[in-house]
Design a protein around this ligand. Sequence first.
Ligand code: FE2
Length: 204
Amino acid sequence: MDVTALIDTVSRTRSQADELTQQEIIGRLSAALTEFTTSAENQHFAEKYHPSGNYTRLLLNSPRDAYQIVLVFWGPGKGSPIHDHDATIGAVSALTGETKEIKYLVTGHVGKYVELAEASRFTIAPGRITPILPEDDKQLHLMVNEEKQWAATVHVYLSAIRRYRQYEAAPGGAFHAAETRLWFDECEVGRRMPARTSGVRGEE
Ligand SMILES: [Fe+2]
């Protein structure tokens, strides 16, 4: 599946979202991401891309769209803080490398602080998808590239994220939620990606 087909699938899923259950939405996004991330041509694009920084974030579609498809490059050892996704539905996979994901659950509020507990761990790799759902235990996570090679991950957000929250550790073990603006190093990068790619299984 090439980037145009991925964008079309996400756009159609977004416009039909009112008639779909959350599981149906995740099913469609996961199927598309599996085909997109197991495409040798798409993987090659990520392998030969030279990110400008240790954490580079590219928007593949237009910043005017109501949804976002984001390609993120992670240098060896680089990771994100714990963060939410502003309650959007979405899905995440990888084009190259592996990243570890830890999902967190909000277990309590103490004044302006929140208490978090680890909910699950997952290894994100090509064809392996982790869902992002508004539910408390599927909304907060961190990601980290613990490998010696670069990793490139693909994030689909059915509702475009403008602002989200990062959870910073505070004394006593609780976390402070800091509102953050989502930025991109570059937009509409999909225009430079390969067209009409085939999956590794040769289904297209
Ligand atoms: Fe995330």
